[in-house]
Design a protein around this ligand. Structure first.
Ligand code: MN
Length: 309
């Protein structure tokens, strides 16, 4: 689950997202894309909504068949300035990176890769059959860590908490009295909610929040949110009441509005065009900034940056 960001997703200029300081509900459609034959619904970024806290990218993949031969196969590609967060509901994916990590990710497990100044990875079909269904997020790194060393974490189990009819798994950050062990460079949270019925979740008024529904449908305020949308909820909420009339899975993302305007292009998150150009050049020249990934797949080519056209 790589997310090549193109100009359909975000303008080629650094923009500071404007957080809504009051509760709201803005429902906007995800953009349909095809990545390596897999259908993907890109909920973030959107031209009108670039970030939610430090969350800057969300690709909902599948559900789509894996037949043992064709699954997800994304060859080695680079990242800078972001963390990839991979979360599956079904199926499996093999992660390999330039740190030497090799890790199969399965449902209920969290795969978190920090790019810092540069990392490369591949996402590969394991040969397993079944259905692939999941979501990959990117988290923009703050100035304090974005030029730092890359890292990789895999969490085979995560803290869970039940709140009324909701079963919550805490992917990143603190929620409902429990805290994820996953690395966090900014003040943000991400939870998976399995809901059949109603719940009122405790929120932080200083966070902005958004929901992406993966399966089913959820009632929020007076709206119903279904897969294929981003529902942005704004700030200044103490609680959030959700209802579902069928078994529903969703992710709730939140965080303090991000500290700086970000510029996203292809697999890079930076602040300036010069940074993105330098990363593109390093990848194309294979100058050592992004070490080799031990993958049988072919390395992806970086597209030319749009401002050079
Ligand atoms: Mn990637």
């Amino acid at each position: 689950m790589s997310g090549p960001i193109q100009t359909e997703d975000a303008d080629a200029v650094a923009t500071l997202a404007q957080a809504s300081l009051v509760p709201c509900i803005e429902i906007s459609p995800s953009r349909e894309a095809v990545i390596d034959g897999q259908s993907v619904r890109r909920a973030l970024p959107q031209r009108g909504r670039r970030t939610v806290g430090a969350w800057c990218f969300a690709d909902h993949i599948g559900p789509s068949p894996m037949d043992g031969a064709t699954g997800l196969d994304i060859g080695p590609h680079p990242h800078i300035g972001l963390q990839t967060v991979t979360w599956l509901l079904s199926g499996e994916v093999l992660h390999r990176d330039s740190l030497g990590s090799e890790q199969v990710i399965r449902p209920g497990q969290l795969n978190l890769m920090t790019a810092g100044n540069g990392v490369a990875h591949s996402e590969e079909n394991t040969g397993a059959s079944g259905e692939l269904h999941g979501i990959q997020f990117w988290v923009a790194q703050p100035e304090a860590t974005r030029h730092g060393a890359p890292a990789f974490e895999h969490h085979a189990s995560l803290p869970q908490v039940d709140i009324e009819d909701a079963h919550v798994t805490v992917l990143i950050g603190a929620f409902g009295g429990v805290e994820s062990p996953a690395r966090r460079d900014t003040d943000h949270v991400g939870i998976d909610v399995a809901l059949d019925g109603q719940t009122t979740l405790p929120l932080r008024p200083d966070y902005e929040y958004a929901i992406v529904v993966l399966d089913g449908a959820v009632g929020v305020d007076s709206e119903v949110v279904t897969p294929g949308h981003l529902a942005y909820l704004g700030e200044d909420r103490e609680t959030l009441t959700l209802s579902a009339q069928e078994p529903t899975r969703l992710v709730l993302l939140g965080g303090v509005p991000f500290e700086a305007p970000i510029l996203m292009w292809w697999n890079f998150v930076g602040r300036t065009r010069e940074e993105i150009d330098a990363a593109t050049e390093s990848w194309q020249q294979d100058d050592g900034r992004f070490p080799t990934v031990a993958s049988p797949l072919e390395r992806l080519e970086a597209p030319p940056t749009p401002w050079l056209k």
